[in-house]
Design a protein around this ligand. Structure first.
Ligand SMILES: *[C@@H]1O[C@H](CO)[C@@H](O)[C@H](O)[C@H]1NC(C)=O
Ligand SMILES: *[C@@H]1O[C@H](CO)[C@@H](O)[C@H](O)[C@H]1NC(C)=O
Ligand SMILES: *[C@@H]1O[C@H](CO)[C@@H](O)[C@H](O)[C@H]1NC(C)=O
Ligand SMILES: *[C@@H]1O[C@H](CO)[C@@H](O)[C@H](O)[C@H]1NC(C)=O
Ligand SMILES: *[C@@H]1O[C@H](CO)[C@@H](O)[C@H](O)[C@H]1NC(C)=O
Ligand SMILES: *[C@@H]1O[C@H](CO)[C@@H](O)[C@H](O)[C@H]1NC(C)=O
Length: 923
């Protein structure tokens, strides 16, 4: 099957001038994308599972919110003033950075009567839209913040004096600085007192603008044209400073990140494309051409895809620029999902700043070409662009040519950049693939911190926030990503709207609709054994053998660092072996005969498998036992022979270390509470025997072992803290005779953890955490075949239906006519003629057929509005090449929907038919 697909089309750097989806393969291409997705979702791609899950109620996070105030979505940290500024709906707060529960200041900014009335008259809701959502908080200087709010769809900005935390109350027009609509995406950044923003300039939100407002210079903005910005959704902007140190006198640059509707690909409906755009700080606009417009605006495509799975992540949600000491150490991190959100995959891609600059300074331009009369396409510009290079910042070389500012740029250069803002060369991610792919989450926010671990290496720790209020923390180790933990940051499963990180307080700050949460960057103290601490592979954490505690390395005094145990590949063999466990540490559980017993085993790792041992041998298939949630063991109807010693073991596979690590997590001695009156074998004696046996079993195991006992690390698993944790549960499991008999226990004991926090994640999780199983297994190909057959049947059904409904062109119609033997279309003869012409040029048309683009299809099928995947899927089948015998896509059935955009002027008589979907009147 030819897997030509979007992924290839979008990363196509070949010789074709038009990125395209070849017609003959299109059906398969679309099918390929979908099969690719199914494959990806149904089997295990390179996604990762968080090792540890922290529930909100188990953590003592600092939270801030005030009654009747919502939408805490704008955050600004001030390291100098030790403050976190929060912009919410109609209020601005100053919180303590060390502890966000401490509110130092508050100011309210409400909407007056008349703007409110105007807003409601325009049909906006008084309770929701016509309020003042504070969306811009930027530091002007040490004394003042610049603040903007949506202000009932009439954005306003004002200065906030930090000394007395009061607004100037001399509002300025906020158009172009802040969005009108509180739910519309936008971005701002303040650079040297000038506000750069990406937002909409009008009430309807239909006029996108990237602009600069400066107290001293005139305002600069983008040209209002779809080739500059086409329905963008802005996510981030930041400055990359050259520091004035570069020998070539390069200017500072402001980078914008957004998703927009592509102009260069033709597709069903709207194909979204993630972009990076850039402007120069010193830009002053042009003298004649591009007056008060950017002369340096250029944009390029950001690629985040899995080429081997034909899968493209084409929506960017947030970006973080990790600025290194050297500019070449600067890395741009972005979180992406697919336009087809139902796939449930999120990705993190990283981009080398040097590569981004390379694209802007050397990349080929694209140009709009008019094909025949009306249709335009974007193709590569193959000519030599004018000099100086269009869109380049002013540097010393230009200054030597007497071009000291953009006002001196020649008109030729300016006209060129005005018409060619799009570069053809894409920005490719580091390693040509995502750093991280996660299933069943939608990442909304990202921050990254660079951490030097005890091994002396520097690791980028990636924090990603989801739309369910969960935070993932990941670390890249030797190219492989490891999700250290997931944390339910927000009480409710709502979206994380903003995420900031302070290295100073080692805290993360998350803003959401309902409040602000502060969380430490690591929870080292919650790892209770050395094994757990090391297997966590958290660069912030290390085990202190002296104190028998997992500590944050940034809290530890430097002279102690050498003694700490840390291994980022998770080699828990570095832990001191501690076998000093004794039976008295085992919890005694006494139950009445016939009642059930629950033995909890609260392991911390989602990567571990839980193994229960009784009297020293592993539990196998046994109908008496049943695993309950949270790794507990539930024994139904306890009988005398069930008495004995029970141990919960965790077997964790550490891929980076290439080893299994086995740890004892909890131990119990189960005994029956026999009635006093009938004293058969005295229980204490029985218990003692059991205990002795257990002790023996234990020693034997410790000595001879089973499996790989010597390598298997019996860490300090039963070191007191771990044990306490393991058995720390509130309701005693024993003597629960009131418990209604549960359903028949399953005969197979599956020791599979069911870890995740995500409240809504009822989507299927991978059944196995075994990395060996994470790749396509043979059995899946059967499933795949089945799927394929299913699809094929569906396709046939769709084909038949469409043929019957006369949506499909000539051959079908003829077939239909033959079958139904009636209703000749009035246009049939023309059709035939056209088709005959097509037949003749069949061989020539193969190449031409490749130019068949996707936009034209929906028109052909009379479903122009097709935008959704469903529509895409349908049309994909309907236009499956079979109808045209696999080669000749033929004209629209007569009387079908009139085509709005006539793609090409085709004359059947005078020239070989080039385009399949040429409209009937044209033939
Ligand atoms: C503001 O918060 C409310 C309450 O949580 C929410 O329903 C609404 O969607 C939020 N609005 C915006 C624009 O974020
Ligand atoms: C980015 O690429 C440049 C040039 O290829 C290289 O020197 C630099 O180390 C890379 N930076 C990172 C962070 O990978
Ligand atoms: C730059 O301007 C100076 C003075 O106006 C002139 O002498 C010189 O020839 C110019 N150089 C170029 C390259 O145009
Ligand atoms: C992710 O977002 C998509 C589209 O908004 C939604 O359909 C899906 O349920 C979300 N998934 C999760 C896990 O939140
Ligand atoms: C454990 O050993 C004791 C004593 O040998 C025995 O009575 C009990 O039935 C055993 N328990 C299990 C579950 O095998
Ligand atoms: C590690 O343990 C798992 C689960 O017990 C097992 O399937 C796997 O084969 C083990 N791997 C090695 C290398 O021992």
């Amino acid at each position: 099957m030819n897997q030509y697909s979007l992924a290839e089309a979008m990363t196509d750097k070949g010789n074709f001038t038009v990125p395209k989806l070849p017609e003959s393969n299109m059906g398969f291409g679309v099918l390929g994308v979908f099969l690719g997705l199914l494959l990806e979702v149904s089997t295990h791609g390179p996604h990762a599972v968080p090792r540890t899950s922290w529930r909100h109620q188990d953590l003592d996070l600092m939270e801030f919110s005030e009654p009747d105030i919502f939408n805490y979505s704008t955050l600004l940290l001030s390291e100098r003033r030790d403050a976190l500024y929060v912009g919410a709906r109609e209020a601005i707060f100053e919180l303590s950075k060390k502890n966000v529960t401490v509110k130092n200041n508050k100011v309210q900014w409400t909407v007056a009567e008349s703007p409110m009335v105007m807003c409601t008259q325009k049909g906006k809701s008084k309770e929701r839209d016509c309020l003042n959502y504070i969306r811009v908080l930027q530091a002007v200087d040490d004394e003042r913040l610049y603040v903007c709010g949506t202000h009932a769809f009439q954005p306003q900005c004002d200065y906030l004096n930090l000394a007395d935390f009061s607004l100037d109350r001399r509002p300025e027009d906020g158009r172009g600085k802040c969005s009108f609509d509180p739910s519309q995406s936008f971005t701002t950044v303040m650079v040297d007192g000038e506000l750069y923003s990406g937002t909409a300039y009008n009430f309807l939100g239909s006029e996108p603008i990237i602009s600069r407002y400066s107290p001293s210079q005139s305002q600069l903005r983008t040209e209002y044209s779809t080739s500059w910005l086409n329905e963008p959704s802005f996510v981030f902007a930041d400055v990359i400073s050259e520091g004035g140190s570069r020998a070539d006198g390069e200017d500072d640059k402001i980078y914008y990140f957004f998703t927009e509707v592509s102009v260069e690909y033709e597709f069903f409906g709207k194909l979204l494309i993630p972009r990076v755009a850039r402007v120069c700080k010193g830009d002053l606009g042009g003298q004649r051409t591009l007056q008060k417009k950017w002369t340096s605006f250029l944009k390029a495509k950001l690629v985040c895809s899995m080429p081997e799975l034909n899968f493209v992540f084409n929506v960017v949600h947030d970006v973080f620029i990790l600025k290194g000491a050297e500019r070449r150490d600067t890395v741009i991190y972005g979180v992406f999902t697919s336009q087809w959100g139902n796939v449930g995959l999120s990705a993190v891609c990283a981009y080398n700043m040097t590569a981004v600059e390379e694209v802007f300074s050397k990349g080929k331009f694209m140009q709009k070409a008019t094909v025949e009369q009306s249709q335009t396409k974007w193709v590569r510009y193959n000519g030599i662009p004018p000099s100086p290079r269009p869109g380049a910042c002013i540097n010393n070389l230009m200054r030597r040519q007497n071009i000291s500012s953009s006002l001196h740029l020649p008109d030729k250069t300016l006209q060129f950049v005005k018409d060619h803002p799009l570069l053809e060369d894409p920005v490719l991610p580091v390693g040509n693939r995502p750093r991280l792919i996660t299933k069943d989450v939608n990442y909304t926010q990202i921050v990254v911190e660079r951490v030097r671990a005890l091994d002396g290496n520097i690791y980028d720790v990636i924090f990603t926030g989801t739309d369910q209020g969960v935070l993932h923390k990941s670390v890249v180790y030797e190219g492989e990503v490891h999700i250290v933990e997931e944390t339910q940051l927000l009480k409710n499963s709502e979206s994380i709207k903003n995420l900031l990180l302070s290295s100073q307080t080692r805290s993360l700050y998350a803003g959401s609709d309902s409040g602000v949460v502060q969380s430490p960057t690591a929870f080292c103290g919650r790892y209770l054994s050395c094994g757990d601490c090391v297997l966590a592979r958290d660069p912030y954490c290390a085990w202190d053998p002296r104190a028998a505690a997992c500590v944050n390395i940034f809290d530890a005094p430097s002279q102690k660092l050498r003694k700490l145990i840390q291994s980022l590949n998770g080699d828990a063999d570095k832990c001191p072996s501690d076998l000093s466990l004794s039976l008295k540490d085992y919890r005694r559980v006494t139950v009445k005969p016939g009642s059930s017993a629950e033995l909890p085993c609260l392991g911390h790792s989602n990567l571990a498998q839980v193994m229960w041992k009784t009297n020293g041998s592993a539990l196998t298939e046994a109908s008496r036992f049943h695993l309950v949630a949270e790794h507990g063991l539930l024994i139904y109807s306890v009988a005398p022979e069930d008495q004995g010693q029970y141990e919960c073991w965790s077997v964790e596979w550490a891929p980076a270390a290439g080893k299994n690590f086995t740890r004892l997590v909890a131990g119990y001695v189960l005994a029956l509470d026999l009635p006093r009156r009938a004293p058969p074998p005295p229980p204490p004696a029985g218990r003692a025997t059991a205990a002795t046996t257990a002790q023996e079993a234990w020693s034997t195991r410790a000595a001879a072992g089973d499996g790989k006992p010597d390598r298997a690390l019996l860490t300090s698993a039963l070191a007191p803290p771990s044990f306490t944790a393991a058995v720390r549960f509130t309701s005693p499991p024993q003597t629960d005779s009131s418990l209604t008999p549960p359903p028949p226990p399953s005969s197979t004991i599956k020791f599979q953890p069911k870890p995740h926090l995500l409240p809504s994640s009822n989507a299927p999780r991978p059944d196995s955490r075994d990395p060996a199983a994470e790749y396509l297994q043979r059995s899946n190909s059967t499933a795949l075949l089945f799927l394929f057959l299913l699809f094929f049947l569906l396709f046939l059904a769709a084909l038949a239906y469409n043929c019957y409904m006369r949506y499909l062109p000539a051959p079908c119609l003829r077939l239909r006519a033959a079958l139904l033997g009636s209703h000749k279309s009035a246009h049939q003869p023309e059709y035939r003629a056209c088709e005959a012409g097509l037949m003749e040029s069949a061989s020539a048309s193969t190449a031409a057929a490749e130019k068949m683009t996707m936009t034209e299809r929906p028109t052909q099928n009379g479903s122009q509005t097709a935008q959704s995947v469903r529509a895409l899927r349908d049309t994909g089948y309907e236009t499956e090449p079979e109808c045209g015998n696999g080669q000749i896509p033929s004209g629209t059935a007569a009387g079908d929907s009139p085509t709005q955009e006539k793609p090409f002027d085709v004359d059947c008589e005078s020239q070989p038919i080039q385009f399949a979907d040429a409209d009937e009147p044209y033939c």
